[in-house]
Design a protein around this ligand. Structure first.
Ligand SMILES: C[S@@+](CC[C@H](N)C(=O)[O-])C[C@H]1O[C@@H](n2cnc3c(N)ncnc32)[C@H](O)[C@@H]1O
Length: 306
């Protein structure tokens, strides 16, 4: 399959905020098709391209053949220490996380990310390891499925959807995207549009299968160790759960005290080590949103290590 092109979101804003240039080492934790990484390489920076997806890693290796300053690592950004060790880097000056799924991954039915095409119910970024969505849906009970759809999809009809999935699972194992689409459609009350609900259900499955929020929390927790003073963090999120996590993290780590407000004297001894570079989340311009539908939900936040 020839993957469809992926247009990097908020490219100029990202490159500006990462302050990349000759001699700076920048980790692109979500290499994808290398749209942002190509821009980083143009600034003269050294780039470490990490991705869980084998197709993305192949694209990285091809690009590395033309760019000696690019190193590729097949793995999760949640283990930055391991990626740095493998690259022989002792630290970095920047980290970019352009979260979520690429256009070419959505368009590939073999990954099962989209309800629009029939495909195996997989939804793993890394198809070489871990539990597929089919295995997850076979293992969980009805309450756990409803909880998953509610938590990671913020879908109000989660209980009806879980009931229908479990009912159908008794007749035949749920193995394809079409089976889940049909179960979701059958669970909806008359007049409710299926598309937004399906988007939220598939988002919930993807987040759960890939433990996306867990990976994000873990990588943020490793930043103080991995980025050097003056190092920059840029995160582009595509749903409120991720954006909230990043916002709260930056807001906490920029403070000298994180005691509850009712505590009269500071007892936490927390010291600020991050300086926010964006007061509010940066969003794509009207022009970019018009040209690239993916950019409409993008929220960019950036911070610098003090
Ligand atoms: C939105 S795309 C990045 C697109 C990229 N910035 C570009 O310009 O082509 C997100 C990428 O992150 C990868 N990904 C998602 N979670 C990951 C994780 N925990 N570790 C490494 N890569 C991950 C996905 O496989 C996907 O290729």
């Amino acid at each position: 399959m020839t993957p469809a092109p992926h247009v990097p979101v908020l490219r100029e804003e990202t490159l500006g905020l990462l302050n990349a240039g000759p001699g700076r080492r920048v980790i692109d934790g979500t290499f994808g098709f290398g749209g942002h990484a190509a821009g980083l390489l143009e600034t003269g920076a050294d780039v470490l391209g990490i991705d869980l997806d084998a197709v993305a890693q192949k694209a990285c290796r091809e690009m590395a053949g033309r760019h000696p300053r690019l190193i590729c690592h097949h793995g999760s950004f949640r283990d930055l220490d391991g990626a740095l060790r493998a690259a022989g880097w002792d630290g970095a000056d920047g980290l970019l996380l352009d979260l979520g799924v690429s256009s070419w991954q959505l368009d590939d039915p073999a990954k099962g990310f989209s309800y629009r095409a029939d495909g195996p119910l997989d939804l793993r970024f890394d198809q070489t390891r871990g539990e597929t969505a089919a295995e997850l849906l076979a293992r969980l009970d009805e309450v756990a499925i409803a909880d998953l759809v509610w938590r990671w999809g913020e879908e109000r009809g989660s209980r009806h959807i879980a009931r229908e999935l479990v009912r159908r699972r008794l007749e035949a194992p749920l193995l394809t995207t079409t089976q889940v689409r049909e179960a979701v459609q059958a669970s909806l009350p008359r007049g409710v549009k299926a598309e937004p609900v399906l988007s939220r259900v598939f988002q919930a499955l993807r987040i759960a299968v890939n433990d996306e929020l867990g990976a994000l929390a873990e990588v943020l927790a490793s930043l103080e160790r991995v980025l050097r003073p003056g190092g920059r963090l840029v995160v582009i999120s595509y749903h409120s759960l991720e954006d909230r996590l990043v916002k709260r993290f930056i807001d906490r780590e920029r403070r000298d005290c994180v005691c509850p407000p009712e505590t009269p004297v500071c007892v936490c001894r927390h010291k600020a080590w991050l300086r926010p570079l964006t007061r509010k989340a940066v969003i794509a311009s009207a022009e970019e949103q018009y040209d690239n539908a993916r950019s409409r939900s993008a929220r960019l936040r950036a911070a610098e290590i003090i």
